[in-house]
Each structure stands twice: as C-alpha cells, then as structure tokens.
Write a protein that binds this ligand. Sequence first.
Ligand code: ZN
Length: 368
Amino acid sequence: MGRFPSVLLIVASVTQVLSLCSHNTFLHPRAEGGAVEVKTFGYVGNIGPLFWATLEVPANSVCATGTRQSPIDMREGTFNMIPASDLSIEIPDFPAGTEFENLGTTVEIIGKGGELKFGDKTFTFQQAHFHLPSEHLDNGTTRAMEMHAVWQSENQEIAVIGTYIDIAIEGAAAVAPIATAPTEPPAAAPPAEVGAAVAPAYATEGVVEAVGLPAPVQVQERSWLGRFRRRSEAKKQQQQKRQEVAAPPSTAASAFLETIFSKVGEIATPGTVTETPPLVISEVVNLWKAGSFQGYSGSLTTPPCSEGVHWLVSTQTLRVSAATFFKVRDVLGFNSRITQNAPGKINVMAEAAMKALTLAVPLPAAAA
Ligand SMILES: [Zn+2]
C-alpha cells in the first residue's frame, strides 16, 4: 500500500476538494442532476500551478511538497512497462450517449460503469476528461492533447489511464517512416531488431531506446507496481517491441473522440452541460489492449495533488482531425500542469523555492 493510506486520510478530511482528475470520485462526488461546478483553480497567473498550494491551505500543500507528483516526463527508468495482458479493462458502450460537461478547467464525459482489474484490485470507471497540450511528456515531447480516464476502487484508490492524442494525418494510410526508419515495413521486420532501428515517428508511440538519453532515474518499488518488476527488463523491452510491431500506429481520427467533440461547441461556457450522441468506447478499450502501459505511482495533476494515484499511460495514441483540434482548443485553451520531477525526487516547486532563496539571501560560508 506504500504511503497511500496516510495520503488518503489527509484527503478524506478535506471537504472542499476541487479537482478535475478526481472529479466524480470519492474526492469530489458529482452532484446528481445538479449544476456543473466550475473549478476555482486555473493554469495561468496567480491561480496557476505555481500557486495551487496556496489556494487551499493546508489541503493543497502536497502540490508543493510531494515527491511523487504528476505529470512527469515519461523517460525510460521513470515507469514500469506493463503488458495490457496483465490488466482486464471493460467499459460498456454508451448507446444513449452520456453527459458532457465543462468544468472550467476541463471538459469531461461521465462514466456509466466499466471495470479495470489488475493484481487483486478492481476499479470502476468514473469519467474521462481532456488536457491540452498533453500533461505527460512522451520522452521529452508534448503531444497535442491527453485523455485521462479516471477509475476508483471500492477502498477509494484512484487509477488513471492516460492516452496521448495527436492530430490525424488526413488521407494517409499509415505513418510514413522517416530518416532512420527500418527499410522493411515494421510488421515484416524481426521483433528483436525493430526497436533498435525504430524511427522517431514510432519512438513517439512508446517504443523508446535508451540511446542518447540521460541515465535512468531509479524509482523505488511501491505497492502494486513492484509486482510487475519480476520480469527482466530485457524481456519486457522485447515484449514491448513485439506489441508495437503487431499494432502499428493508426493515423485515422478516432470516431469516439470526434463524436464527443462534435458537441464541444455546446459547452463552450464553463458550467454548461450537454448530451453526447451514442458513444462506442470499445474503440478506445481495444486500442489500449493492443498496446502496453507505462505504469508509475504518481498524483492527481490538479489540486489537491493527492499522491498514491496508479498511473497507466498507454503506449497507444488516439487522434482527432485538425478541425476538431482547433474547436477543442478554443474551449480548453490551456490546461496542463507544469512537468514534475521524476518520482522520488524533490518536489520541483520546493526545489525552485530553495534555489530562489539562495539567490535572494546568499548562504553563509559555513553552509556552503
Ligand atoms: Zn486529468
């Protein structure tokens, strides 16, 4: 369980919790039939991420002190690669659509059941919302957007599946390999060789080699993640390569996302809600199952930044058309938290504050 129980107690004692990653969970139950509650934190200026800890004291303190904060740069060594076969994911489609809300800090669809199982844990699907640009960095690179599918267990643990969203390539049947791409099509290449020669276009899909990257950060084993470390790194990497080869990235726009965002203009104003057309979310579930997950123990990416969140960042990418991206951008604006230090490292805000202090008040010689 690691540190989660103590965090849970702190969080559970807070009644005025305002967060989007936790919206529609025990942290912030959604009022049935009530008005959409508009959030009071923001992403720029004095309500932005630099000030979140000061907006609710001490409820949000961990935003500025926690050492396992999200989002992070998903570089090798910061996560454990988890095969999709280690998880069970089911979400029923939405034949009658679902609510689509503007919380002021994101837009969100409301879940109507669905189950995620890993190890001995079972989570229920709560909601999915969107960040622009992506919150996690894919090996140093931001993506156009990121979808967070939020799940909650009976004992009130939270898991989030993060999925990068890029712009669809109109009229292209497949991603064109560039520069260092293998000469053979990925599907025909021997699995053990493909990863080493993979092109940047594929590397951004999660096939990442360590060549040229900084030394991996050592991540302490915590809770359920530790169990996945039994398999050797080499075996995991080979498995990952095989999965990516078996499922080359699609460049087509997601029907699921296009259907949701066809309604985004109706909720341009914070606090508004509409209904989506019928949604086939199995498209997304199947995409997840065709890839792997980069797992790590992190936090909510919004106040109160509670830690103990089971992050599963998919190696698969969803896409939206350029026209849809611009429509969504007009509504979301910018809602991405500053990239946090790697898990286990000092909180990036605490680090910045300490360094700023040394500028303003030079340390005495004895402490130097
Ligand atoms: Zn989120």
